[in-house]
Design a protein around this ligand. Sequence first.
Ligand SMILES: C[S@@+](CC[C@H](N)C(=O)[O-])C[C@H]1O[C@@H](n2cnc3c(N)ncnc32)[C@H](O)[C@@H]1O
Length: 262
Amino acid sequence: MVSQKDIDRRIQAYYGRSGWNEAARLTGRSAQGSLEFERTQELIAERIRLGSRIADVGGATGIHAAALADAGHQVILLDPVIEQVEKARAYGTFDAVVGDARALPFEDNSIDVVLVLGPLYHLAKREERLKALHEAIRVLRSGGWVFAAAIPRLARLSAVSDGITLPTGWESLIEQGTPPESGRFPGGHFHTGAELALELTDAGLLQVEVVGVEGPAGLALEQLTEVDEDIRQAALTLARAVGGQPVVQDLSNHLLGMGRRA
Ligand SMILES: C[S@@+](CC[C@H](N)C(=O)[O-])C[C@H]1O[C@@H](n2cnc3c(N)ncnc32)[C@H](O)[C@@H]1O
């Protein structure tokens, strides 16, 4: 297994020095991005109270944080990559700090909602992912929400734009969730929907639910830069209707696991 130290080092290069633009991924790189962004925001908004104190852990350059701050929440973003934190600070509507999901610099019982939309697929070992989830739970007030994103194994394989040959090691990807070594993305672990639900439950969360964020149309939209608004709306309607079905979870571009602190 690739060492976590090596993945953490590659994260700095991938998101920092390369000038990666997370906001561009969610708004323009493909029609999937805006579907992911809108559906993720919707799943959060449906569950949390107005004026929540939110920690956006792995928040990158702040696209989710900015939307939540605009909606009236008090947001603090945390990310290990200084270049991203500096870009996030430029919004001026929320705080942003450098840090790691496995050791949050927040007090116990001080936060209503923790977003973990990124760290889990960069953490190779289950114990490291549980450490990040335990930290999220520690800082939450009773009844608070965790929203945790994961990348489904099958979705990683279905990127037809990668080429006609399957990546070396694809069997380990499907059987154990180990990311193929080819490619620049510093992946640590890719989930199944059932595995994500179990991880959140084992971490101690209650009322755990997992959905496929983009639903059945997401993989098709990933191949297109733009689609008409009625097609995007149809994709959203499908995601809302059947995103919770196990087969749809595993064939969506992203999983979102949700659960509450006791
Ligand atoms: C693909 S981005 C997702 C960003 C954003 N949350 C979103 O949903 O669009 C993954 C983010 O997780 C961050 N990350 C990776 N490992 C982390 C860790 N151990 N603790 C906190 N953030 C981490 C990366 O720096 C990156 O900004």
